[in-house]
Design a protein around this ligand. Structure first.
Ligand code: SAH
Ligand code: SF4
Length: 358
């Protein structure tokens, strides 16, 4: 706005229209004079919010979207009303500080989690992950990352500040390999959309320089941190996650120790259970030891592997999943099972884009 010779306060006015009022088109921003809207349009400016191009609705209420950016590429964004069982979807404990928010007329949910993508595809190449099969197509911009959230909030008529919404940056891509755009999006979501960073969780496969930068972010902009551990030791982890050769478990843990946690905040370790590969009783004991050794306040989120075409792993048996959780809990490590959501709509990580677009 300043570059266009407009007063500086036009900037916040525009942000208010795009991020708070969620207006999808310049013509609707009536707080700006018509002449200015015309001038913006003539110069080629558009709101450019990514569009929900396709919707897949699961019997469990989960909605999965293919969201299309201006250049036509699509990413997946997911809406999970009520989060996970007994948890806030990001695996944080249910804290009903806001007094069990009353269900408002016409709304069938009172708490929801949105899962957001940070890249189109991913370069990290974890062997169990469908997104990896796409390779990295491109980074998303800060606007495209925040825009996914704005589009979903809009679709569900969410009233920020009243409705309880959690964000998890656990969609397609590795947020810490698109660091500036990821943090740019968080900044927009905190400052303009006015969502709390304490209701956001970013998951990383363990990009050490990214974790080190993240540790320097101010508390008012820093989401909670989740680390995709996924294996009980370096030997197994480097087979599943080649990135482990560059940054082994200990290097990741050292970097995580640099993050100054807020009161009651915990680090989440995500652990994908692969049948016969990472779900054995001795693995649970190793994970417990590993997590204890970090000395960090932590919890473990267990995710039964979601199968996908062309990936030669097996799902863990339900008994193995339960036994794994019990073993961790016995060892004094808080552990939660993340329920698979929307299996009927191919809602496993990265599945939708692959299924729809081939
Ligand atoms: N790239 C980041 C965030 C996106 S992946 C990361 O890896 O952490 C989010 C989570 O989904 C990770 O914990 C990852 O291990 C898990 N995941 C990937 N593919 C999966 C699958 N097929 N089934 C279950 N979890 C999967
Ligand atoms: Fe990328 Fe995460 Fe999938 Fe690994 S698990 S390939 S880091 S999206």
């Amino acid at each position: 706005m300043i570059e266009m010779g407009e007063p500086a306060w036009r900037g916040p006015q525009l942000a208010e229209a795009i991020y708070r009022q969620r207006l999808p088109d310049l013509t609707e921003i009536t707080t700006l004079p018509k002449s200015l809207r015309q001038k913006l349009a003539l110069e080629g400016w558009q709101v450019g919010r990514p569009q929900i191009a396709q919707v897949f609705r699961s019997v469990d209420g989960t909605e999965r979207y293919l969201v299309q950016c201006q250049d036509g590429v699509t990413v997946e964004t997911v809406w999970m009303p009520e989060g996970d069982d007994g948890e806030a979807g990001d695996g944080s404990d249910v804290d009903d500080a806001d007094g069990g928010l009353k269900e408002r007329a016409g709304k069938s949910w009172h708490r929801a989690t949105i899962c957001v993508s940070s890249q189109v595809g991913c370069a990290v190449n974890c062997q169990f992950c469908l997104t990896a099969k796409l390779g990295l197509q491109r980074n998303l911009t800060a606007g495209e990352i925040a825009g996914q959230v704005v589009s979903v909030l809009d679709r569900h008529g969410v009233e920020v500040g009243r409705d309880r919404v959690n964000l998890v940056f656990m969609g397609m891509g590795e947020p810490f390999l698109n660091y500036d755009n990821f943090m740019g999006a968080v900044t927009l979501l905190v400052r303009e959309v006015e969502l709390s960073p304490q209701r956001m969780t970013v998951s990383t496969s363990g990009i050490v320089p990214g974790i080190e930068r993240f540790a320097q972010e101010p508390a008012e902009l820093r989401p909670k941190l989740a680390i995709s551990l996924n294996a009980p030791n370096d030997q197994i982890r480097e087979k599943l996650m080649p990135i482990n050769r560059k940054w082994p478990i200990e290097a990741v843990m050292d970097a995580v120790r640099g993050v100054k946690l807020r009161s009651r905040e915990r680090i989440t370790f995500e652990y994908v259970l692969l049948g016969g590969v990472t779900d054995q009783p001795q693995h649970a004991l190793q994970v417990a030891r590993l997590v204890r050794r970090t000395g960090l306040p932590a919890k473990v989120n267990l995710i039964a592997w979601n199968p996908g075409p062309g990936i030669a792993y097996s799902m863990p048996k339900p008994e193995a999943v339960e036994a794994f959780r019990d073993a961790l809990v016995d060892q004094g490590i808080p552990a939660y099972l993340r329920n698979p959501r929307g299996r009927d709509i191919y809602a496993a990580c990265g599945q939708l884009k692959r299924t729809v677009e081939g």
